[in-house]
Ligand binder design. Structure first.
Ligand code: AMP
Ligand code: ZN
Length: 477
């Protein structure tokens, strides 16, 4: 019997046995990027850890369907519906249209993911694809009394819920409008935590993408896309919902509010949040100085997979500080690992008893709340095993399905790059080489008289034999 998978659940704030709606089938939803700029390596930490989680579940036998949105509309500068639309801001910055920006940065994101061996989810859905679905969900929420129309926008009424704050223990008074000083509150909201489902009253005249709706021409709020995209592709139950820790509130809190009110039942019970990557000055941001991207790491000479290795060495529920020194250490460790693997020879039968035992160790690390650093230790342990190289190579290949560190291909590349052992005797005539090799055999048989006479015959033919550690070298006189 396999051990169950245990994951920390942000909803219950404890590690729990991972349970799916149908046994061994996992509908997995990942909040995707807002494509107004390049992803920074912090964003990509989240996608790397989600990728390991998905691959581990598959490795463990789950039939996973993974869905991800691409936010190409509706995400305002502040997650709380304030500020300018990030996409419009990006388009202005680059003097392009919103659609051009969306296409360019979606492609850039996919290319970064490919460089980091992050598998493309089974479904990748741009938010702008599902406008009729948002209109249908907003209409239902209005009919059911969970939403209201005010001053041109449709809002979700959080006071209609028994429990709104599912991830954090906030005080009830935080629900009141206008409590935070210095922040312009939307006076059309009945409660401070109400959020926009559909905007028609854009704060910006130049809002680029707009669609007709029963409430006027407008565009969807940010949160609704994830609810609709998940329900469309995974059905009424989502088994596992992932994102960075900043997504927990308000984004995931609002997703739960609208999905459960719409469906009339619980929607997703397992919430997986990856903690942030910070730089040495604090929070990583796209507007701050040197903006850390995969391309920047490449320009500085790093293999992006070394960054993946760096991420795997720490736990997803701890914030991680990025430094070039840390990345250099990861590079040294990675190069050492690859050269150890490169020295292994495929030497016969795999010892399945050993392989099963080691695989169990690897799985125990990952089924214990995705302990990737322990999984990497399990990989190092394979190299130390008293087993043949074939067994080690088999395990390395297996583990790398989940770790995705290009272990075997990089080791092969290293071996291929080593200068070929040149045959120093390539130009020596065959009949001379026959005598040279016969002398080697004679020496082995301790027939030194024969060995000496062969050396003399070679000399008479115009060649000198020089004995080296690698064997005889034959030099033309
Ligand atoms: P965005 O493109 O801003 O919508 O973010 C994409 C993903 O990256 C989301 O899941 C965020 O929660 C996550 N994220 C944002 N900042 C960081 C960070 N510094 N470290 C890790 N993940 C982050
Ligand atoms: Zn989302």
């Amino acid at each position: 019997m396999k051990r169950p998978v245990y994951l920390y659940n942000s909803m219950t704030r404890k590690k729990e046995e991972f349970k799916t709606h149908e046994p061994m089938k996992c509908g997995m939803y990942t909040c995707g990027p807002t494509v107004y700029h390049f992803a920074h390596i912090g964003n990509l930490r989240t996608y790397i850890m989600e990728d390991v989680l998905e691959k581990f579940l598959r490795f463990y036998g789950y039939d996973v369907k993974r869905v991800m949105n691409i936010t190409d509309v509706g995400h305002l500068s502040s997650d709380a519906d304030e500020g300018e639309d990030k996409m419009v801001k990006g388009a202005k910055r680059e003097h392009k249209t919103v659609l051009e920006i969306a296409k360019y940065y979606t492609d850039a994101f996919m290319s970064d993911c490919a460089k980091l061996n992050i598998k493309t989810p089974d479904v990748v859905e741009p938010a702008t694809n599902l406008i009729p679905e948002y209109i249908e969900m907003v209409s239902t929420l209005l009919e059911k009394g969970y939403a209201y129309f005010a001053d041109g926008n449709v809002y979700f009424d959080t006071s209609k819920l028994e429990k709104y704050y599912v991830f954090n223990d906030f005080e009830e008074e935080d629900l009141q409008v206008g409590v935070r000083e210095g922040v312009t509150e939307d006076s059309s909201k009945r409660n401070k935590t109400d959020f926009v489902l559909w905007f028609t009253k854009s704060k910006f005249e130049d809002q680029a993408l707009k669609w007709d709706s029963p409430w006027g021409v407008g565009y969807p709020g940010w949160h609704i896309e994830c609810s609709c995209i998940s329900i469309k592709h995974l059905g009424e139950y989502c088994d596992l919902h992932c994102g960075g820790i900043d997504n927990a509130f308000p984004h995931h809190t609002n997703e739960i509010a609208q999905s459960e009110s719409y469906l009339g039942h619980e929607w997703c019970n397992q919430w997986f949040h990856v903690h942030h990557l910070n730089d040495e000055t604090g929070k990583m941001s796209k507007s701050k100085g040197e903006f850390l991207t995969v391309s920047l790491l490449e320009q500085k000479g790093y293999n992006p997979i070394v960054y993946r290795f760096f991420c795997l060495q720490s736990h997803y529920r701890k914030s991680l500080t990025f430094s070039y020194e840390g990345l250099d250490n990861a590079k040294v460790a990675y190069d050492k690992l690859i050269s150890k693997i490169a020295a292994l020879k495929n030497d016969g039968e795999v010892d399945m008893a050993v392989a099963d035992e080691q695989t169990e160790k690897f799985c125990n690390a990952l089924s214990g709340d995705l302990n990737t650093s322990m999984a990497v230790t399990a990989l190092y342990d394979v190299l130390k095993l008293k087993a043949n190289d074939a067994t080690k190579l088999y395990l390395i290949d297996k583990f790398d399905y989940v770790l995705s560190l290009n272990l075997l291909s990089e080791a092969k590349k290293l071996n291929d790059s080593k200068p070929e052992e040149k045959d120093v005797n390539a130009d020596v005539p065959a009949e001379i080489m026959e005598m040279v090799m016969a002398r080697v055999e004679a020496k082995k048989a301790k027939d030194f008289a024969l060995a000496d006479s062969l050396r003399d015959r070679v000399k008479e033919a115009g060649y000198t034999i020089k004995d080296t550690a690698k064997g005889p070298e034959v030099i033309k006189d």
